[in-house]
Design a protein around this ligand. Structure first.
Ligand code: CS2
Ligand code: MG
Length: 402
């Protein structure tokens, strides 16, 4: 069996997605996601100019060998662009292998570990009262786990607060939108949100919160401590993870569970945090961390230390990543939770898929492969539209972490 052609499809059904389609001499094709939010074209060029020429004529069944070829072969290892390109190839090849076997992908990974996958949704509002209402709507839809983000008085365009109810979309302009941040105000306001949520709905549901890399280690520790009475499922990206030592300080001060990894690309980014048991959930995902082949390796390392998975699943991860992640989640023994931000109906139409949501859980389909396709004719109707992620500044104008 041979790879005969491969192409990159860029489409914008409400937001930009980059998709790789690999075709074979047996008529079977595979699809992989290569979307890098706000930097899409860099991955398009990487794939078209440097990766696709190496794929033609290769045996699509040699998934591990192709992964090693692209990772070691580039010489310049790691990084979000390289690893997304590798992920797209890897996922497309797993799709082909599973289609050839006539099996849903999770069967090739080792079969079912669970019947359904718990997902968390994003509730947000301009202030505490509207966020509490939004969480109520997610509870009514059957969610067991809900992330809550609120606007903060005095903070302009706080992270995580969308314009619509269901489709928070931060990459909202051709040039980065300027947003604000004030840690002191957040330290004061956010614990009040969670107090109100527990007061209103009790302790039956899992509540999550994303710090989005905003706090210093000590501030993160203070926030973790302040949130302890409200028993969060996790406090995510409490401080930037480039310096992983920082998490020792956070850990010494709080028992609030910690989740990190949506911007990690390889097992090397995760290694120290996992081995030193400084986190409870690893958020690396299929498209970000080198595809199924590499994420499996990360999850196996994590399982040795009782760290569980919590795959990133924002809207910039296409339905192809969502579908593949659901197969991974169905298999992975140390599963924690899966993030699920709904895609717009236009996106769902461009990417026909067989996964489904019911009462707070998702289920992957039983079709051979990862169960997600792309309607190329429809995709062509939505041309690429430049959109970048926002930036954040403190009140005195200092650049901060968005
Ligand atoms: C976020 C993301 O889902 C999350 O937890 O941190 O919304 C993140 O901001 C985006 O994926 C950036 O592209
Ligand atoms: Mg996050």
């Amino acid at each position: 069996m041979k790879i005969t052609s491969a192409k990159v499809i860029v489409t914008c059904p409400g937001r930009n997605f980059v998709t790789l389609k690999i075709e074979t001499d047996q008529g079977v094709y595979g699809i992989g996601d290569a979307t890098l939010n706000g930097r899409e074209k860099a991955v398009v060029a990487y794939l078209e100019d440097h990766v696709i020429p190496c794929l033609i004529g290769r045996d699509p069944g040699r998934i591990e060998d192709t992964w090693q070829y692209l990772y070691r072969g580039a010489y310049w290892r790691r990084g979000p662009v390289t690893m997304r390109a590798i992920a797209a190839v890897d996922v497309a090849l797993w799709d082909i292998k599973a289609k050839m076997a006539g099996m849903p992908l999770y069967q090739l990974l080792g079969g079912r570990s669970r019947d359904k996958v718990m997902v968390y949704g994003h509730a947000n509002g301009a202030d505490i009262a509207s966020t509490v209402e939004a969480v109520g709507r997610y509870i009514d839809m059957g969610y067991q786990a809900i992330r809550a983000q609120t606007g903060i008085p005095g903070v302009e365009k706080a992270y995580g607060v969308g314009r619509g109810d269901m489709y928070y979309e931060p990459a909202d302009a051709a040039l980065p939108t300027e947003t604000g941040w004030n840690t002191a105000k957040a330290l004061d306001y956010i614990p009040k949100l969670f107090a109100k949520l527990r007061d209103t709905y009790g302790y039956e549901h899992h509540l999550l919160h994303d710090g989005h890399h905003r706090y210093t280690p000590l501030e993160a520790a203070q926030m973790g401590k302040a949130l302890e009475p409200f028993r969060l499922f996790w406090f995510e990206d409490c401080t930037p993870a480039e310096n992983q030592e920082a998490f020792k300080l956070v850990r010494q001060h709080t028992t609030t569970p910690l989740a990190v990894g949506e911007i990690f690309n390889t097992i090397w980014d995760c290694k120290d945090l996992i081995q030193n048991q400084l986190i409870d959930y690893i958020r690396a995902t299929i498209v970000g961390a080198g595809g199924v082949t590499h994420l499996k390796r990360i999850a196996d390392l994590a399982s040795l230390y009782q760290v569980r998975t919590g795959c990133h699943g924002a809207t910039d991860l296409s339905p192809v990543t969502m579908g593949t992640a659901l197969h991974f989640d169905t298999w992975v023994p140390n599963f924690g939770v899966q993030e699920y931000m709904r895609h717009t109906p236009e996106t769902d139409e461009v990417f026909p898929h067989d996964y489904s949501f019911a009462k707070g859980y998702m289920t992957c389909g039983e079709n051979p492969g990862h169960g997600v396709d792309i309607d190329e004719a429809l995709a062509a109707k939505y041309p690429y539209s430049p959109a970048q992620l926002p930036v954040a500044r403190l009140e005195d104008g200092t650049m901060w972490n968005w």
